[in-house]
Design a protein around this ligand. Structure first.
Ligand code: HEC
Length: 148
């Protein structure tokens, strides 16, 4: 029954061509806006006052790996840690995903650091863990993941 083998080959080829796409292309759920509609215009108007210099990125990196403990969920490589048992709701972001990077303004990311992402393990960090100034530096580091 060569047609069965032919069909199997066809589907395995099809799978191989689809799987890399689904693992690399951004999940539409991930790209969906996180800031509520009634606050997004205001959030998008916030601009990072700090330039993306190697010194400022380094400052953000220290906070990301240090006192702000972002690394525990987002990983050393910024790709998130995959499925974390017990982690409520969504998985941590893959910061190297260029589609996700392009889908967000800096202001929207600061909003997340102020408010958290409601319904997920992403908690607010400003003002308890980070000052707003420190948060902007961490975001320069988050942006740097998208440039490598
Ligand atoms: C307890 C685990 C945890 C920690 C610690 C954590 N995050 Fe998150 N983070 C998440 C999860 C889960 C999401 C995905 C939330 C969602 O889908 O909306 C997320 C999402 C994000 C997003 C993306 C939101 C968006 O608009 O798509 C940013 C930016 C972010 N985190 C930055 C940080 C930074 C910076 C720190 C450290 C100050 C940090 N996170 C610490 C779990 C964590």
């Amino acid at each position: 029954m060569p047609w069965i083998i032919g069909t199997l080959c066809f589907f395995s080829l099809l799978l191989q061509s689809i799987l890399p796409l689904t693992s690399e292309a951004a999940d539409p759920q991930v790209l969906k806006q996180r800031v509520p509609q009634d606050q997004i215009a205001e959030a998008q108007a916030w601009v990072n006052p700090f330039p993306s210099t190697p010194e400022n990125i380094e400052k953000g990196k220290k906070l990301f790996h240090g006192k702000a403990f972002c690394v525990t969920c987002h990983g050393r490589d910024g790709k998130g840690l995959g499925k974390i048992p017990g982690l409520v709701g969504k998985l941590p972001r893959n910061f190297t995903d260029k589609d996700w990077q392009a889908a967000r303004t800096d202001g929207e990311l600061l909003w997340i650091l102020k408010n958290g992402s409601p319904g997920t393990a992403m908690a607010p960090f400003i003002p308890l863990v980070l000052s707003e100034e420190e948060a902007w530096h961490v975001l320069l580091y988050v942006r740097a993941f998208g440039k490598s």
